[in-house]
Design a protein around this ligand. Structure first.
Ligand code: HEM
Length: 536
């Protein structure tokens, strides 16, 4: 076996490999292709991938004699690939019970301690948490997030409550190659041109909220207001039209009941359980979506130009003329509202708190907007949004400190090699995004806990580095451009026309991202020179 050891440095730099061997071994060993062909053959015959196989069967594929395999998912020793079988497992985190409690209460500190100086550790199942390999470098996390063929999202997809509430046909729930097909149909709705058409609507929603906060005369609860703002915003850009406040209020309530069901367990669909109520709310939301789909289709058939993501989705057509079905449209609308709502509201809440605590950063933001007003007048277009490096640095620095998505789960679909270790099929792989942000080698020696948007303005800071706030690979955030446009519109309008104060003396608690326990009371006043900066 020793002559067949892989070139470790190549494997490390290339991320994942199912079975990669040096050239001199290829005559005697299976290639990735032969391993996959064998699996494909089994699948075609209806034989499970982890079924007992014999050396005789393997001989028919590549002329290669392989060890008899009893299961492909138990350990590297059971792998049908000699190279994988020879690889070690990562060291075990081996934590006693009290540190596992730390895992739940202080995940970032626990992860740092568990990893120590290792690039990956194996965390055994304890206290109801599943066993997983914890990844400690961005290189490994990126390899896993990009490795769609070898890696699946099964962990999320097997969560019955989540899958039922979000919908089996949403992007999040489908595997390759269906995921790629759906994404190709959906992504034109998020193109820069589509965002350009939606910008006036985005400006209108944000202006309405800023004016209302200033008119309130008393503190408003920023965290709650931003939840409402981002809901109205995502609804407006998806459905492409304005709704009466009463209707929006009704839809927000339905969404709130639906979202509460995601936290329920066990998922019992009874009239009095949170899950049961959430399913009933889902039914009502589906009826509203179906009506909007029918209306959009009718307008498009009359040859009218209809703005909004839904119109793009309804119009999307593949090479053979197929379109998204009604159930695919509905499930993906549900996903877009979920994915585009709390993520943005929590990030914006954190941004406002940071700007309040760092007046110099707010001043810098105002200067950037004054320069833009002088150059382009008050109009906000996607071109103008692109010319906001400081606003972008504020957003990225806020996400670096308080990543709204703390980490991403994936599952190895087959036996793979990762970073020199064997990863048996079925292993959960966890990328701790929050920890990776803080461990980014670019900021070694800096105060990583300090809010300093300027670090993002340097040549080094403009690169992605270890910051994977919007994910990586084929499932990279579909709404990235919408999210950035939304946050920049709010920052631009706020800096141009308003002053604000908020009470940041509070605990921050972990929910979807970290949120202020006091909901961030905030007073907003219109600036005297604001008239010149009105943008709609
Ligand atoms: C600050 C705001 C946001 C952050 C930090 C964020 C972050 C992320 C991350 C980390 C993922 C990857 C999930 C994974 O790999 O499993 C993701 C996926 C996704 N996001 Fe976002 N997101 C944001 C806003 C939005 C918005 C506004 C929308 C919609 C308009 C959106 C729609 C989606 C969708 C549809 C996916 C699934 C993509 C796929 O599976 O192909 N996100 N987001």
């Amino acid at each position: 076996m020793s002559t067949c050891r892989p070139q470790q440095s190549i494997l490390r730099s290339s991320g994942i490999s199912s079975c990669t061997l040096p050239r001199q071994c290829l005559a005697r060993a299976p290639t990735i292709a032969t391993l996959r062909t064998r699996r494909a053959g089994r699948a075609a015959r209806g034989t499970p991938d982890n079924a007992t196989t014999s050396a005789a069967e393997d001989l028919t594929d590549g002329g290669v004699s392989l060890p008899t395999t009893t299961t492909s998912s138990s350990s590297s020793a059971g792998s049908s690939c000699p190279f994988l079988a020879g690889l070690p497992s990562p060291p075990a985190a081996g934590s006693p019970w009290y540190t596992r409690l730390q895992q739940l209460s202080h995940p970032e500190q626990w992860q740092r301690a568990a990893l120590g100086s290792h690039s990956m550790v194996s965390v055994p199942s304890q206290l109801g948490l599943p066993a997983a390999y914890l990844l400690g470098t961005a290189e490994l996390a990126k390899a896993v997030l990009a490795g769609e063929g070898d890696i699946t999202l099964q962990g999320v997809q097997r969560n019955y409550g989540f899958a039922t509430l979000v919908g089996q046909h949403s992007l999040l729930m489908v595997q390759e190659p269906r995921h790629k097909y759906l994404r190709n149909l959906i992504m034109p709705a998020f193109s820069p041109e589509a965002i350009e058409r939606l910008t006036p609507r985005m400006v209108a929603v944000v202006s309405r909220y800023l004016d209302a906060w200033a008119a309130a005369g008393t503190p408003v609860l920023a965290a709650q207001e931003l939840k409402a703002l981002t809901f109205d915003f995502i609804y407006a850009v998806i459905l492409g039209r304005d709704y009466e406040q009463q209707q929006l209020q009704h839809m927000r309530q339905l969404y709130g009941t639906w979202a509460a069901g995601l936290q329920d367990w066990p998922f019992l669909q009874l009239p009095f359980t949170r899950f049961g109520k959430a399913m009933a709310a889902r039914e009502q939301l589906m009826e509203l979506f179906k009506a909007a789909i029918a209306e959009t289709r009718a307008l498009l058939q009359q040859g009218q130009e209809v703005p909004g993501i839904l119109a793009s989705l309804v119009s999307a057509v593949d090479e053979e003329g197929n379109r998204l079905s009604e159930v695919e449209l509905c499930d993906n609308l549900m996903l877009l509202i979920l994915a585009g709502h709390d993520t943005s509201s929590v990030t914006l809440t954190n941004i406002l708190a940071n700007l309040h605590n760092h007046p110099a950063a707010m001043q810098q933001l105002r200067q950037e907007q004054q320069a833009l007003l002088a150059r382009h007048g008050s109009q906000l277009s996607t071109g103008v949004l692109r010319e906001m490096p400081y606003a972008e640095a504020v957003i990225r620095e806020t996400l670096r400190l308080r990543n709204v998505v703390p980490g991403l789960h994936r599952v190895a679909a087959r036996d793979i090699e990762l970073g020199g270790y064997a990863v048996p099929a079925g292993t959960m792989l966890y990328s701790p995004l929050h920890l990776l942000n803080k461990s980014d080698p670019r900021w070694a020696g800096d105060d990583v806990e300090a809010f300093r948007p300027e670090r993002m303005m340097t040549a080094e800071g403009q690169k992605g580095g270890w910051q994977l706030s919007f994910g990586h690979g084929p499932r990279f955030c579909a709404g990235y451009l919408v999210a950035m446009a939304e946050m920049k519109v709010l920052l631009a309008l706020l800096a141009r026309g308003y002053d604000f104060e908020c009470d940041t003396d509070t605990q921050w608690v972990q929910q979807v991202g970290q949120v202020p326990a006091n909901h961030l009371p905030m007073t907003v006043t219109r600036r005297r020179d604001a008239a010149a900066a009105t943008c709609v």
